[in-house]
Ligand binder design. Structure first.
Ligand code: GDD
Ligand code: MN
Length: 388
């Protein structure tokens, strides 16, 4: 072989090697099969946990069918989080420092909005949620699930947190209260996965408090929900941010979800509660006025007037919250007018029944009158007085 041939051979060998190493870089599955996933992690003072979390997710990435982007949504913790991420300097990890509209749920929503991949996984930073279950969750999505929950309460799932009876009860009651909205065993979980495009059909999201997963579950109207069992590990570093106040917000969140999913029953239930409270107001005012020596005719009138006003205020503030933008004087006049008409209808029904059925107890006739008046009042309020 002459020198020229040797050079030529070396060049070819180099080309082959280069080609081989390029192939090696390419994933073994075709790029279409690569699952593109954005992992959204809300953080507040989790600097100590982040390197461990990132290390565990890194291991998932080396499983070649996963193409991960990690979005850390930090509420300006100033605990070294920024330095940690800068030090690691990983191209697939993005830190977004939020300075306005703080909170777990808004951070998650911002993260979902910033996500660029087809599938989104949301999880906590404190290593309570095992990243190792993510492939299992993605598999469930591939197999047709719309929403996948990393669940403590399905067979195979468990929790390492040493919960006292009260926290256990608290969690059970919270889950039970979510029953009208979902049959999932662990709808409170902060570990879940879904396709980003599912959000396109959602009118609006406004979670109050912690239960962003429940919010998505209800608002997106997912029906194919799959729960993948997880072991929910006890947080080792840092502190939980779930306060009692956050839990109270859950009641408010439930009220909103009820209004979203069952608007009629939400109105009817609250209208009924306000009406019941109105009866109490009426009796208390009557008693007080009589006690003050007011003439009985005026006392009855005063009690009726005050209970009507309080019913109006409560219905406007709570039951028909959506209509609070409407003109207050118009709503007030319309409400008082329809209540008065309702009272007339009550009276008419009661008397008609008494005349039609001679032996009927007046109390029964009166109850029928009350029911008729109530239905009339409710219909007027819902479709006329407080129409949104
Ligand atoms: N950006 C941001 N802003 N992140 C927050 C905030 C906040 O205001 N508050 C908490 N986080 C982050 C935490 O840093 C953590 O990564 C995650 O949200 C969960 O917070 P924890 O404080 O660990 O909550 P938890 O363990 O009590 O509650 C978890 O379990 C519940 C079920 O028991 C969460 O996953 C809840 O969503 C879940 O309902
Ligand atoms: Mn936690």
């Amino acid at each position: 072989m002459n020198d020229g041939e040797i050079v030529e051979l070396r060049r070819k060998k180099q080309m082959v090697e280069q080609c081989l190493s390029e192939n090696d870089k390419r994933p073994s599955v075709s790029s279409r099969e690569l699952i593109q996933v954005s992992i959204v992690v809300p953080t507040y003072k989790e600097a100590a946990n982040l390197p461990l979390l990132i290390e565990r997710i890194e291991r998932l990435r080396s499983d070649r069918s996963l193409n991960v982007e990690l979005l850390i949504m930090d509420d300006n913790s100033r605990d070294g989080t920024e330095e940690q991420i800068a030090r690691l300097n990983l191209p697939w990890v993005r830190l977004i420092v939020r300075k306005t509209n703080r909170g777990l749920s808004p951070a998650v929503l911002d993260g979902i909005a910033a996500a660029t991949r087809e599938v989104v996984v949301v999880m906590d930073a404190d290593l309570s949620h095992p990243p190792e279950q993510i492939p299992q969750m993605l598999k469930a999505l591939e197999e047709g699930a719309e929403f996948v929950i990393g669940s403590r309460y399905v067979s195979g799932g468990s929790t390492g947190e040493d919960w006292g009876f009260l926290r256990w009860l608290n969690s059970k009651v919270a889950t039970w209260l979510a029953r009208p909205f979902t049959r999932a065993a662990d709808p409170m979980s902060g570990f879940f996965a879904f396709r980003r495009k599912a959000l396109e059909s959602v009118p609006y999201l406004n979670p109050v408090g912690y239960k962003i997963g429940l919010e998505l579950l209800v608002k997106c109207g997912f029906t194919r929900v799959v729960e993948v069992p997880i072991f929910f590990a006890q947080r080792q570093l840092g502190e939980s941010k779930l306060s009692f106040k956050e839990q109270l917000r859950y009641i408010q969140h439930l009220r909103r979800l009820l209004a979203f999913k069952y608007p009629f029953w939400s109105h009817a239930l609250q209208f009924g509660l306000v009406g019941g409270l109105g009866v109490v107001v009426n009796l208390v005012v009557l008693t007080v006025l009589l006690w003050c020596g007011v003439d009985v005719n005026w006392a009855v009138l005063g009690a009726i007037a005050l209970s009507m006003v309080s019913n109006f205020a409560l219905n406007r503030r709570f039951t028909f919250y959506d209509a609070r933008g409407g003109s207050l004087p118009r709503q007030f006049v319309a409400f008082i007018a329809s209540c008065s008409l309702g009272a007339g209808i009550n009276y008419a029904i009661t008397l008609t029944m008494l005349h039609a059925v001679p032996d009927l107890w007046p109390q029964i006739a009166s109850l029928a009158g009350i029911a008729g008046g109530l239905v009339f009042n409710f219909a007027m309020s819902r479709y006329f007085v407080f129409r949104a």
